[in-house]
Design a protein around this ligand. Structure first.
Ligand SMILES: O=c1[nH]cnc2c1ncn2[C@H]1C[C@H](O)[C@@H](COP(=O)(O)OP(=O)(O)O)O1
Ligand SMILES: [Mn+2]
Ligand SMILES: [Mn+2]
Ligand SMILES: [Mn+2]
Length: 218
């Protein structure tokens, strides 16, 4: 079992509460502009990013892959997107780019996250936490190179236990594939961020998402 199971957190004590499971009622959508209002100056900000590449290959010649979407298995056992806490006084997109370099060895010479990649932001008043979410579409060849380069990221093997692609297809029993993936534990509101982006970027329809959410293992 964990080697600090006495409820103490060591140096993680300052930030561990941001990773605690929250209910969707704890967060509400907030405009990017509104997050710069002085009343949020003492809020902690975090930014994460969905990197994806649309593709129309068929897995095993059977299943539409739709897109390669990059997520990660985190140190805390939750699935999340690359990204992290924005340092005090740090510009939000600069913080997201810094975290992407730390976590997946993102090549800023090739791609940089800009405000135009902003998708949605949420505020959790209880935790005084603002969660910004970005998405960037890249060519499949660059996506594949990122996957390889992520193995030599600074935080690979500690904050990041490895990156995953998401199975966006549903198999013959109506569960394995995407519905099974959705049964994982997700960090923050990353599951909501994923589902909204898949619809917004026309990778999946709202009806398909709803069907996947209702599917049960047989
Ligand atoms: O993918 C995510 N989407 C939304 N919120 C997330 C995601 N991953 C984590 N979180 C929440 C929960 C975390 O405690 C905080 C901070 O993010 P984290 O990536 O852990 O921060 P660092 O990389 O350690 O800076 O956001
Ligand atoms: Mn990080
Ligand atoms: Mn992180
Ligand atoms: Mn960090």
């Amino acid at each position: 079992m964990s080697n600090i199971d006495d409820g103490s957190w060591g140096h993680l004590a300052d930030t561990e509460h941001f990773g605690r499971k929250t209910s969707s009622s704890d967060v509400r959508v907030i405009s990017y502009n509104e997050t710069t209002h002085p009343k949020y100056v003492n809020y902690t900000k975090a930014g994460h990013c969905m990197i994806y590449s649309k593709q129309n290959e068929k897995m095993f010649g059977l299943y539409d892959t739709r897109a390669a979407v990059l997520m990660q298995m985190r140190f805390d056992g939750y699935i999340g997107f690359p990204g992290g806490l924005i340092d005090d006084g740090e510009n939000t997109v600069s913080g997201v780019n810094r975290e992407l370099v730390e976590e997946i060895n993102f090549d800023l010479e090739k791609f940089t996250i800009k405000e135009e990649h902003h998708v949605i932001s949420h505020v959790n008043e209880k935790l005084k936490l603002i969660l910004h979410f970005f998405a960037i579409e890249v060519p499949l060849q660059d996506f594949e190179e990122m996957e390889k380069k992520s193995l030599s990221a600074h935080d690979y093997g500690n904050e990041v236990m490895g990156i995953v692609r998401i199975p966006l297809y549903t198999m013959g029993d109506g569960f394995r594939g995407f519905p099974a993936f959705l049964t994982n534990a997700f960090a923050g509101n990353s599951r909501e961020q994923l589902l909204q982006s898949l619809i917004q970027r026309q990778i999946m329809t709202k009806e398909e998402i709803e069907r996947a959410l209702e599917a049960k293992a047989i």
